[in-house]
Write a protein that binds this ligand. Structure first.
Ligand code: FRU
Length: 543
C-alpha cells in the first residue's frame, strides 16, 4: 500500500509549503471539487461531527498545546485563519470541561509578517521557573516552532523553537522578546514540533523535538523553559522509511499493567508517510529513559515493514497524536488529528477541513509477553454513553445472512458496544451508516480464517475526491476465548473501532449521506452470535 512517490505528491515538503504560503499562493488549486449535491455555500453540515472538534470555518491540522488548567481542557491546533486549505499557520484555540463539548475561542497566535506558528506544546509553569508569571498567576508557557519568512533575519523557511506565555489562563499570548529560544547550528528547515514536560526525577523540563527529514528526535533539558541544553538523539539504526518525515514526538512514562513499580517510557513518533494504513500515522516505541537517553526495547529488525512496528491506531485517519500536560490523575490523555496528509486537503467538507479524533487514554499492558499501548475512549465519553438512550440486544444469532436491526438503532451519531462470537462463520461483523438499499455502509469485519479485523470504507459514500483515500484497513487480531469485544464510535463523518478494550484501534473518515443511518449485523459461511449489544444514540451531543 505504501507508495514512496506519494509524500512528494500529497504533502509537499514543509519547506515548499512555507515558501508557497509566504508567497501567498493558495492551495485551492490542489483541492478537487467535492462531488456532492451540496453547494459550497451551503457547506456540508451532514459531515460536521457532533462530538469531535472542528473549527466553525477553515482548515485545521495537528492538535497543539494540549493542557488541562483550572478545570478546563485547552486544545490549540494548527489553523489557517484565512482559508480552508493548509497555509498561514496559526494556533486556533478551543476549550472544554469534558473533552466532548468544545467552545471555539479566538485565535491564540496569528501568523505575521515574519513567522508562521507551527506545532508545539504548553506547560503550566507552576513554580514560575521562567520568571514570566505574575505574583497572582502561574504562567502558561508555549513552546512552538517559528517558521521564518523573508525579512525575519533568518533564512526563509528556517524552523526554530520559540516561546510564548500567557498570564490570563491561555486567553492571550505574548511572544518572548528573545525568540527563538532554541535553534540548530547551522539553522535547519526541518527542526520542529517541541513537546515539553516536567521530568520529575531530575527536576527539570524535558523537550522532545524532531529534525523531521533526518528521522531524529532531539532531546533537551532546561531549568527555566528558556535556556535549553542538548541531552541526546533518538533515531533508528536502520531507517526503514527514508524519504518520510518524523513529526510531533512525545515522550512520557506509564506504569506497566497498572503497577507503578514497573514504569516504562513511551516515545510517540508520528511518521508521514509509511504508516500502517498508508500515508501518515502514529508509531510508538516502549523502552527506558534515564534522564538523558531513551532506549527502546524490541525494535523491529532492519528492513521490516510497517506491520512489524507498533501503531497507536491502525486506521488511515489518526496523526499528530500527543498527550495533555497536567491531565487529572497524571493520565496519558491524548488527542490525534483525524485525517491523513495523503488526502487531507481534498476531503469534501466545507467550510472547514480537519477534526480531532475521540480523546483517548493510553495505558501500557503486557500482551503476548510484550508491553503494548492500549487506547480507549476517555472516561468522560464512557460515562456519557452510559447515561444515553439505548437499544439493547442480549443475544442475536445470525446464520449466513445480513440482518438489519430495528429502526430504534438507526443513527449517524452513536456508540455501539458488542461482543461477537464468530463461531462457525467465515466472516462476521457489523455494518454502520448503512443505506436503505444496502449499497452504502461501513463494514467492520472479523475474518476467522485470517484472524483479522478490517474496517472497510470502500462503500462508505463519497470517496472520489482522492485516489489516495484508501479503502480498507486490516489488523491481525486473535480472538480471546473465541470472542471479540468491540466499541464502535460513529459520528457524522467518522467511524472509530476500539477492539478488545483498546488493544487495537482503527479510525477512519467516511462520507456517507445523512440518511445512511442503518445498523446491521452479518455472518458469512456459518453462524455467529452477537451478545450484550447496546446501541446508544449520541445525537444529543449535536453542537
Ligand atoms: C505535522 C506537521 C508538523 C508541523 C505542522 C505544520 O502534521 O507537519 O510537523 O509543525 O504539521 O502545520
Amino acid at each position: 500500500m505504501y507508495d514512496p512517490q506519494r509524500p512528494f505528491v500529497s504533502k509537499m515538503s514543509t519547506l515548499a509549503m512555507c515558501l508557497l504560503a509566504s508567497l501567498s499562493v493558495s492551495f485551492s488549486a490542489f483541492a478537487a471539487q467535492p462531488a456532492s449535491q451540496h453547494t459550497a455555500d451551503a457547506g456540508t453540515p451532514q459531515w460536521r461531527p457532533a462530538f469531535h472538534y472542528t473549527p466553525q470555518r477553515n482548515w485545521m491540522n495537528d492538535p497543539n498545546g494540549l493542557v488541562f488548567h483550572n478545570g478546563l481542557y485547552h486544545l490549540f491546533y494548527q489553523y489557517n485563519p484565512n482559508g480552508n486549505s493548509w497555509g498561514n499557520m496559526s494556533w486556533g484555540h478551543a476549550t472544554s470541561s469534558d473533552l466532548l463539548h468544545w467552545t471555539e475561542q479566538p485565535v491564540a497566535m496569528h501568523v505575521n509578517a515574519t513567522e508562521e506558528i507551527f506545532s508545539g506544546s504548553i506547560v503550566v509553569d507552576t513554580h514560575n521557573t521562567s520568571g514570566l508569571g505574575t505574583a497572582n498567576s502561574s504562567p502558561l508557557i508555549a513552546l512552538y516552532t517559528s517558521v521564518y519568512k523573508a525579512g525575519s533575519g533568518h533564512r526563509p523557511g528556517t524552523q526554530a523553537q520559540s516561546l510564548a506565555y500567557s498570564t490570563d489562563d491561555g486567553k492571550t499570548w505574548r511572544k518572548y522578546a528573545r525568540n527563538p529560544v532554541l535553534t540548530l547550528d547551522p539553522e535547519s528547515q526541518n527542526f520542529r514540533d517541541p513537546k515539553v514536560s516536567w521530568y520529575a526525577p531530575g527536576g527539570y523540563w524535558l523537550m522532545t523535538t524532531v529534525v523531521a527529514d533526518a528521522h531524529v528526535v532531539k532531546m533537551y533539558r532546561s531549568n527555566n523553559l528558556i535556556d535549553w541544553d542538548f541531552l541526546s538523539d533518538f533515531t533508528l539504526p536502520d531507517i526503514p522509511h527514508r524519504g518520510a518525515l518524523w513529526e510531533m514526538p512525545d515522550l512520557f512514562p506509564l506504569p506497566l499493567d497498572g503497577d507503578s513499580r514497573k514504569q516504562k517510557w513511551v516515545m510517540i513518533v508520528n511518521v508521514n508517510p509509511w504508516s500502517i494504513a498508508g500515508g501518515s500515522g502514529a508509531m510508538y516505541f516502549v523502552g527506558s529513559f534515564d534522564g538523558r537517553t531513551f532506549t527502546p526495547e524490541n525494535v523491529a529488525p532492519a528492513g521490516s515493514d510497517p506491520s512489524r512496528y507498533q501503531w497507536l491506531d491502525h486506521g488511515a485517519d489518526y496523526y499528530a497524536a500527543g498527550t495533555f500536560a497536567n491531565a487529572p490523575g497524571g493520565e496519558a490523555v491524548t488527542i490525534g488529528w483525524m485525517s491523513n496528509w495523503d488526502y487531507a486537503e481534498r476531503i469534501p467538507t466545507t467550510p472547514w477541513k480537519g477534526a480531532t479524533a475521540l480523546p483517548r487514554v493510553l495505558a501500557l499492558k503486557t500482551v503476548d509477553g510484550l508491553p503494548r499501548l492500549t487506547s480507549g475512549p476517555v472516561e468522560q465519553y464512557t460515562r456519557f454513553v452510559s447515561t444515553g438512550s439505548t437499544t439493547r440486544f442480549n443475544e442475536l444469532s445470525v446464520s449466513s445472512r445480513v440482518e438489519e436491526l430495528a429502526p430504534s438503532t438507526r443513527g449517524v451519531m452513536q456508540n455501539i458496544d458488542v461482543t461477537i462470537s464468530p463461531q462457525s462463520a467465515r466472516r462476521a461483523g457489523l455494518v454502520v451508516r448503512g443505506s436503505a438499499n444496502g449499497e452504502v455502509g461501513t463494514r467492520i469485519v472479523y475474518d476467522t480464517e485470517r484472524r483479522t479485523l478490517t474496517l472497510d470504507r470502500s462503500k462508505s459514500g463519497e470517496s472520489r475526491f482522492s485516489n489516495a483515500f484508501s479503502k480498507a484497513h486490516i489488523v491481525n487480531l486473535p480472538l480471546v476465548d473465541g470472542k471479540l469485544h468491540l466499541t464502535v464510535v460513529v459520528d457524522r463523518d467518522s467511524v472509530e473501532v476500539f477492539a478488545d478494550h483498546g488493544r487495537t484501534v482503527i479510525t477512519d473518515l467516511v462520507f456517507p449521506g445523512e440518511d445512511d443511518n442503518r445498523v446491521s449485523v452479518f455472518a458469512e459461511g456459518g453462524n455467529a452470535t452477537f451478545s450484550d449489544m447496546t446501541i446508544t444514540d449520541l445525537s444529543v451531543l449535536k453542537p
